[in-house]
Design a protein around this ligand. Sequence first.
Ligand code: FAD
Length: 382
Amino acid sequence: MTGSPDVIVVGLGGMGAAATYHLARRGLAVLGLEQFGPAHDRGSSHGGSRVVRQAYFEDPSYVPLARRAYDLWAELEAAWGTPLMQLTGAVMVGSDASEVVAGTRRSAEEWGLAHEVLSADEVGRRVPTLAPGADAVAVWEPAGGFVRPEEAVRAHLGLAERHGARLAFGETVTGWRSDRSGVRVDTTAGRHDAGRLVVCPGAWAPWLLGGLNINLVVERQVQYWLSPERGIEAFLPDRHPVFFWEDEAGGQLYGFPAHEGPRGGVKVAFYHGGAACTPGSVDRTVHQHEVDALTAFLRPRIPALGGTLLRTAVCMYTNTPDRHFVVGPHPGAPRVTVACGFSGHGFKFVPVIGEVIADLVIEEATPHPLAAFDPGRALPPP
Ligand SMILES: Cc1cc2nc3c(=O)[nH]c(=O)nc-3n(C[C@H](O)[C@H](O)[C@H](O)COP(=O)(O)OP(=O)(O)OC[C@H]3O[C@@H](n4cnc5c(N)ncnc54)[C@H](O)[C@@H]3O)c2cc1C
């Protein structure tokens, strides 16, 4: 690439890497800027696995995006030539009225997605590691599974480079400006000009995206890898689904099959409920009281996971008050497209968000449903 790029993408994590790829593939000269290295572990896109599912308990309006994302995951995997997505089925356990059970059923029914409702006994028979109480039920979604986040970031970045994108790592954006003639981005290495700007800063959004009227709260989240007491076999991905479990108090835990083999263990984590933090000061040490809370949740429900804690990794969610994403033109700067506020559920949509961003930059419109994600919506702090 010589001269100014058509578009600069700031932040090459999950979303920015996908945007860079889709923009470059569609013929734009793209410059990607990232403060850390490729597929690093200091943002929101690390930890080896992310749940993918289509029967979306959070809101049925995400189903079309989830379906398109599945097509794009398969295309990405084929283009990159390394496994990225594995469909193991997903089982959502809770009371009949719990968000994960009722919400999954609602989405599946509304969109005609394959699913089965299972009694507690049926869950125990199908997934013997799970021990639901007699009053629990579950929804089984055969299309559920997981993707590999670091490899997905590497795939998007590698393919973007094949399409001519220029990527700069270890370069921090310190400010940006946009006017009628173009955009200017200042970094620790100098200054870049371009026609358009895409900002995908993850947990750094509160600092890099002033001018939004959406209160973003960064939340600390711990991923735990456990070695099951009686061996890993029952958790291998050919016989174990991904799972979500909601308790009586509304606490939600999810986990994955042991896709990294015996040494990798079984990864589990809570969905929300973490402390507010900032990317600069997030506590990366995991404390005994957190491990105790995890053990208390698991002991009656997944007793086979009562083994050794192998390792932990701290990650961050960037939450909006309505838990909907923020994707679209910056309300104060039409040459700037923003993608942030993924509220802990963005990764499964990474490739389709990349496609949406390319649509918005190139066509100024997209066929995908984005109304709920309007960056101009007003969501001040409560
Ligand atoms: C523990 C955990 C579990 C999750 N599980 C799931 C799941 O199972 N399913 C699911 O769908 N989603 C899940 N998510 C959510 C999902 O991973 C995130 O929504 C997604 O990774 C967000 O991607 P991002 O690109 O916005 O952020 P990131 O990947 O963090 O990328 C932002 C990038 O911007 C860079 N950056 C920021 N500021 C600057 C600057 N000034 N200059 C240069 N670069 C900058 C950062 O360094 C970073 O690389 C989970 C998240 C966590 C933390």
